[in-house]
Design a protein around this ligand. Structure first.
Ligand SMILES: Nc1ncnc2c1ncn2[C@@H]1O[C@H](COP(=O)(O)OP(=O)(O)OP(=O)(O)O)[C@@H](O)[C@H]1O
Length: 257
């Protein structure tokens, strides 16, 4: 490879990310590459380090080592430019609680310097798509359900029309109808050249949507590659269990029942 390659044609390039909390290593020397127009699935057991990795990859959390760039733009050296290309749905998204969904989108659009008329029409479309309009219109974010928060978070991530979406469990807590809507939006996004990396605990969703998969365990990427290579002749769930292992002995909670 050309040593002077600037990676502007790589949607997300993570190299050697390490994040330590006290004496515990949450993410250990992780490399990831998301190609343009690729739908990348990040799976792994609870506590594997997926959210921490995502936070470091998008510049929300500072890693102890490593680099991350979005279409060749380093998220730490040039955060504003990186964020223009990037839509993020983080874990435990902090939202301005005393705004309605529409107000939040208008506010976010202004922050991104999007033309007011465009913000208005995009916000209207997004609120309708995610069923956050109509009778919900006056509800403040503080009173949103978990699934509604997820949906407004996704709307925020999409509003400025980024080239790369980094989504931490976008389907978690959303109802089945909303899940179909989200799925359609994400599929269309990739179909039209956008790139996505998402974490998920739904092996079937990852199998249906993603072309590339990484299985994380104990802060490291245990296996990564095209979906068909990772699952080989089995299902992704089989590959997951094979990679991560199942405890040999489970408690039987003899006191229960
Ligand atoms: N702010 C923090 N302070 C201390 N430890 C943390 C912090 N954030 C994460 N950790 C630890 O880092 C490890 C990885 O956590 P992380 O949330 O990244 O896992 P995950 O793969 O996203 O898990 P889940 O599937 O349950 O969401 C865990 O051991 C967790 O306890």
């Amino acid at each position: 490879m050309n040593p002077h390659h600037d990676h502007t044609d790589t949607a997300l390039r993570v190299r050697g990310i390490r994040r330590v909390f006290g004496s515990s290593v949450a993410v250990d020397s992780v490399d990831l590459t998301v190609s343009p127009a690729s739908f990348y699935g990040l799976v792994g057991p609870n506590g594997a380090g997926k959210s921490t990795l995502i936070g470091c990859a998008v510049g929300l959390d500072r890693p102890d080592a490593g680099t991350s760039s979005v279409f060749g733009v380093d998220v730490w050296d040039n955060p504003l430019e990186a964020r223009r290309q990037l839509g993020v749905l983080p874990d435990n998204l902090a939202l301005p609680e005393y705004l309605s969904g529409r107000e939040l989108l208008h506010y976010w659009g202004q922050l991104h310097g999007i033309d007011a008329e465009q913000v208005k029409s995009r916000a209207g479309e997004l609120l309708t798509l995610f069923e956050l309009d109509g009778s919900v219109e006056q509800t403040l974010i503080i009173d949103y359900s978990t699934g509604m928060r997820k949906k407004i978070g996704l709307a925020v991530a999409l509003l400025h029309s980024p080239r790369l979406l980094v989504l931490d469990e976008p389907f978690e807590a959303v109802d089945p109808v909303s899940a179909i809507t989200i799925r359609r939006i994400l599929e269309q996004f990739v179909h039209t050249g956008g790139s996505i990396i998402m974490s998920s605990h739904s092996m079937s969703l990852v199998e249906q949507l993603c072309d590339t998969v990484a299985i994380m365990a104990n802060g490291r990427v245990a296996i990564e590659g095209p979906l068909d290579d990772v699952r080989a002749t089995d299902t992704l769930e089989d590959a997951f269990i094979r990679t991560v292992g199942v405890p040999q002995q489970g408690g039987n909670l003899s006191w229960l029942g």
